[in-house]
Design a binder for this molecule. Structure first.
Ligand SMILES: [Mn+2]
Length: 416
């Protein structure tokens, strides 16, 4: 009898995402079609999506339809398939949870938040989900933990440091869940933890993770996850990567680049095979359906840029699969009709212009220098904060102030 369990770990789909105004639904559909094929070919038993299934807390009807259609196709073509989707920081906890009662009847688990009873006591058992083979046999357990907001946690008022208080509460939640799992787990059954967080040591992308974290300040230590886990399936960082720690802890990464800074990522999903108490981990590369071009490779003066653009192949009409293009121009002063000139050069090129990045010469050496020539888009909120502070007080903000800012930023992020 085959006693292996096959799990696909993915995250950060960001359905409904737009890149500089261009809808990504075609690319998402290509990914979902590919994923569906993998579920069939690889005979997957469980699909885990570790947060940020949607790009926004108010997904459009089209985004919901895309998700529901996928779930309908997946369960029809792979009878017995189990799906576990947790909410990320981009998702609305209540919207993700809304259809969960209905969908759990089909072994489709949408976990938006940590459920609490009328007395406000956490119902951790609702986050513990048996991992089943398609035949129905339980071969493991998942701690299906969504992105954790203050309202999900039991915060210890005795701890004065906000960061430590938050970390401790997350540690407690995962460790209580780990114990709960151990109380039901039988010999040879796998334990998988899901999480949507920045774990210390993870490499972030420049732009699209909304840099709520300051130099790792608000990153969680890897030991918040219980040591009895066989695999930690993470979401939030868009670069697929393994965290250097004693546990097998991986970010699957997003299946498609969500900003130009991610254009060199090799996107993949993680194929996990649990057999005889041993775990095999194998990345499966996700094909990219739309190219991301940057022309020139480095900012150049306008005449050279226009010449390079003229030399691009003429691909004709723009379609939903046309490459995206970012143009980089070096200017010594603001240039009138810049966009028109670029658009003219691109008339028959069949590429989608996302943005023109203008770079100006760096004049004086100052604390602002690292930011010179960058657009506001290029800066994280804390960089803007530091810059404003620098301008007002001619000094860098203190570490405490930076931490306080990060805390406020996190609260704002949670409210969105
Ligand atoms: Mn996220």
């Amino acid at each position: 009898m085959d006693l292996s369990l096959k799990i696909l770990h993915t995250a950060d789909w960001h359905l409904g995402h737009q890149l500089h105004g261009y809808h990504r639904s075609f690319e998402h559909q290509q990914f979902l079609d590919w994923l569906l094929k993998q579920l069939e070919i690889q005979q997957i038993d469980v699909l885990c999506v570790s947060g940020d299934v949607f790009d926004s807390a108010t997904p459009s009807a089209q985004s919901w339809q895309q998700l529901y259609q996928f779930l309908a196709d997946a369960t029809r073509r792979c009878p017995g398939l189990q799906v576990i989707i947790t909410a990320g920081n981009h998702d609305s906890p209540s919207k993700i949870s809304a259809p969960s009662e209905l969908l759990s009847n089909f072994d489709l688990h949408l976990i938006g938040q940590v459920y609490k009873d009328e007395q406000g006591v956490q119902q951790l058992n609702r986050l513990l989900i048996p991992l089943k083979k398609r035949s129905g046999q339980v071969l493991g357990w998942a701690l299906a933990v969504p992105f954790l907001r203050s309202s999900d946690l039991v915060l210890d008022a005795q701890i004065s440091d906000g960061q430590l208080r938050w970390q401790k509460a997350i540690y407690e939640l995962y460790h209580q869940l780990g114990k709960l799992a151990d109380s039901v787990r039988q010999d040879g059954q796998m334990l998988l933890a899901m999480g949507h967080a920045h774990v210390r040591g993870g490499q972030v992308s420049e732009l699209s993770e909304r840099q709520i974290l300051l130099g790792g300040e608000h990153a969680l230590p890897a030991d918040v996850f219980p040591e009895n886990c066989d695999y930690v399936a993470l979401g939030h960082l868009h670069l697929g990567q393994q965290i250097n720690c004693p546990l097998a802890m991986h970010y699957s990464g997003s299946p498609l680049p969500l900003s130009f800074s991610e254009r060199r990522y090799h996107h993949h999903v993680q194929l996990l095979t649990w057999q005889n108490g041993q775990l095999g981990v194998q990345p499966l590369a996700v094909p990219r359906s739309c190219e991301m071009l940057q022309v020139p490779k480095e900012a150049k003066p306008l005449n050279e840029v226009l010449s390079e653009l003229h030399h691009l192949p003429a691909l004709g009409e723009i379609s939903e699969s046309s490459p995206y293009l970012e143009v980089q121009v070096f200017l010594d002063k603001p240039q009138a009709h810049l966009r028109e000139q670029v658009m003219q050069a691109l008339a028959d090129k069949g590429v989608r212009l996302t943005r023109i990045r203008t770079v100006y010469p760096q004049t004086e050496k100052s604390a602002e220098q690292p930011y010179m020539g960058k657009d506001l888009d290029d800066l994280s909120p804390q960089q803007v904060f530091e810059l404003c502070y620098q301008r007002s007080y001619q000094a860098a903000p203190s570490k405490e102030l930076i931490q306080a800012f990060a805390q406020v930023l996190r609260q704002v992020e949670e409210m969105q």
